[in-house]
Design a protein around this ligand. Structure first.
Ligand code: ATP
Ligand code: MG
Length: 190
């Protein structure tokens, strides 16, 4: 089982690189942002709670997010492994993910950190907002998301270093070069 955590600030390219990783390694893709956006589109109760938080740049509470993740994992059949995109975003989520995988005799294989400077993140997200109309890709909300990332999510770099899983990738520049660096990092761990 190949379990990859793709990690980085908003706009760091997690979704884009996940698609390529899925194709190369035949993994299942769990994107918690996509899960929440589909709940919002469906108008579910969860979607309504999520929308209020997401539009304000805040995280969904850990307990709820962990429950959603566990339910997604339970649904997978004949999986070769999973790419976790947008999860974990807090230490509590990282601990929960480890416990969930350990209970199945598995672990995270590698945590791939995509490092991109903040001014480039802002440019990318503003562009994405114009193209996709994503409500949280506006300057005010992006600034809040970056604060939340720095305060709550960024400490996971140290957490995964201590767990021996952290792989640093320079996330700015050519998509092909970034992907090649990711493949090299994954292949060195399998
Ligand atoms: P990227 O651009 O790199 O794909 P992103 O940060 O723009 O990443 P998503 O991962 O799609 O966006 O997440 C969108 C929003 O959904 C987050 O800002 C947050 O409010 C909520 N969210 C997603 N995953 C989690 C999580 N694991 N815990 C709490 N909230 C989450
Ligand atoms: Mg995404």
């Amino acid at each position: 089982m190949l379990n990859i955590v793709i990690f980085g600030a908003p706009g760091s390219g997690k979704g884009t690189q996940s698609e390529r990783i899925v194709e190369k390694y035949g993994l299942d893709h769990i994107s918690t942002g996509d899960v929440l956006r589909s709940e919002i589109a469906a108008g579910s109760e969860l979607g309504m709670v999520a929308k209020g938080l997401i539009d304000n740049g805040q995280l969904i509470p850990d307990e709820l997010m962990i429950e959603i993740l566990a339910a997604k994992l339970d649904k997978l059949v004949d999986s070769k492994g999973v790419i976790f995109d947008g999860f974990p975003r807090t230490i509590a989520q990282a601990e929960a993910l480890k416990a969930l995988l350990n209970s199945r005799g598995q672990d995270v294989t590698a945590m791939i950190e995509l490092d991109v400077p903040e001014d480039e993140l802002m440019d990318r997200l503003l562009k994405r907002g114009q193209l996709s109309g994503r409500a949280d890709d506006n300057e005010e909300t992006i600034k809040k998301r970056l604060v939340v990332y720095n305060e709550q999510t960024s400490p996971l770099k140290e957490w995964y270093k201590n767990d021996g899983k952290h792989c640093y990738i320079n996330g700015s520049g050519e998509l092909d070069r970034i992907f090649a660096d990711i493949v090299a990092a994954i292949d060195s761990r399998i």
